[in-house]
Design a protein around this ligand. Structure first.
Ligand SMILES: CC(C)(COP(=O)(O)OP(=O)(O)OC[C@H]1O[C@@H](n2cnc3c(N)ncnc32)[C@H](O)[C@@H]1OP(=O)(O)O)[C@@H](O)C(=O)NCCC(=O)NCCS
Length: 350
């Protein structure tokens, strides 16, 4: 039976035409990640996945599916940023574990790369989960922080296709019981704490847009090509609306520097309706305000908000670059433990 590769257009809704194909696509993606990490703690709900996989004004997503006859055996996703095309494209390729080593991944990657190049991407990037196994041959990024097992299928595949490992990211988890035990933290003079659940409070939209823009340049990116990714109030609204309309709640803790009226930092956690694992998203403290333990303060306060608002949540998961010592220090002190690894890979095509 021959292999076909076709574009999959995202449906308007799960129950709209194309919804069944999307469900098969989403299940394949969750199954592959579960197979790699040995846990389904990170599995995304269909509703949530659809809201992340559609294109927005600042992020274009195209999807390819490989089929053997009627059976979906692989998928690829190509993500580009219309506001910063020079930052290139992110590619993702997944092949059903039972159908590997038959060239399906190579065929999907070639189609995904061709589409990215056609879209003008000068650099191709991959951010993908890898298994955590100690021992055996290792692969290290040039930063010297973190490593991966050389025999992980994704590692072998990407190296065979000319991608360079640039960054290793730790995926770690904290049980909610540990969050309940965290001691309250003091607020330094001149600062005021703010917390809210749901969309960004109107009065802080512009400040939040500025903090999110800084996130794109201040988070360590190792050798990955990164450009300032501009946010404005409209983009914050679109982002918040997309989260709310996919049965997710964003919990934010922020700290205002009262003398200047500037938001000095923020952190946010996203919780899916009925989900057991909440996702730690961005955390940032502006350079001028670092060194006052505001990062720890923000995370503790948002943890309090999480356990109070969503008592059924069992754990929080977070992603941190291995070279991001300040953030790992905070998370290790809180009790986060590693459950997997993700890596940033890159290939220049122009
Ligand atoms: C990586 C992945 C997409 C490969 O899919 P695939 O259909 O097996 O890919 P191919 O058959 O085209 O394999 C191509 C090459 O990858 C390498 N490779 C993949 N798995 C391997 C393994 N278990 N052992 C040794 N080499 C392996 C080999 O170089 C292989 O060529 P070969 O079979 O001629 O030796 C698949 O393992 C997968 O879905 N992994 C999880 C997601 C992931 O890591 N994606 C990375 C790209 S974003």
């Amino acid at each position: 039976m021959s292999l076909t590769i076709d574009e999959l257009v995202m449906p308007d809704a799960l129950d709209a035409p194309g919804g069944d194909d999307f469900a098969e696509y989403a299940t394949l993606s969750n199954d592959v990640e579960r197979h790699t990490l040995g846990t389904d703690l990170l599995a995304m709900g269909l509703h949530e996945m659809l809201s992340e996989y559609v294109s927005t004004a600042s992020r274009t997503r195209r999807h390819l599916v490989a089929r053997h006859g009627d059976v979906m055996v692989g998928r690829a996703m190509i993500t580009t940023r219309p506001l910063t095309p020079e930052a290139g494209a992110y590619l993702m390729v997944d092949v059903t574990p039972a159908r590997r080593r038959r060239g399906i991944g190579t065929a999907l990657l070639a189609a995904a790369e061709a589409l990215a190049v056609e879209l003008g991407a000068p650099v191709l990037k991959v951010a993908v989960a890898h298994s955590v196994r100690d021992g055996g041959e290792r692969v290290e990024p040039p930063t010297g922080f973190g490593d991966l097992p050389a025999d992980d299928p994704g590692v072998r595949f990407l190296r065979a296709h000319g991608y360079a490992l640039e960054q290793v990211t730790r995926i770690s988890l904290l049980d909610a019981d540990r969050l309940r035990d965290l001691a309250a933290a003091g607020v330094p003079d001149d600062y005021r704490l703010l917390t809210w659940a749901g969309p960004t409070l109107d009065q802080w939209i512009d400040e939040l847009a500025a903090l999110r823009t800084r996130m794109s340049t201040d988070a360590p990116s190792a050798g990955m090509v990164m450009l300032p990714d501009p946010w404005d109030a409209g983009r914050v609204h679109e982002h918040d609306e997309r989260i709310a309309s996919s049965s997710r709640t964003m919990l934010t803790a922020a700290v205002e520097h009262v003398p200047s009226g500037v938001l000095a930092g923020f952190t946010e956690i996203v919780v899916s309706e009925g989900g057991a694992v909440a996702v730690q998203e961005d955390t940032l403290v502006l350079t001028d305000h670092r060194g006052r333990r505001l990062g720890m303060l923000l995370k503790r306060v948002n943890a309090e908000q999480l356990v109070a608002t969503f008592p059924s949540v069992e754990a929080v998961v977070t992603w941190n670059a291995e070279e991001n010592r300040p953030m790992l220090d905070v998370n290790e002190q809180m009790g986060f433990r590693e459950i997997g690894r993700e890596a940033g890979w890159q290939k220049h095509v122009l």
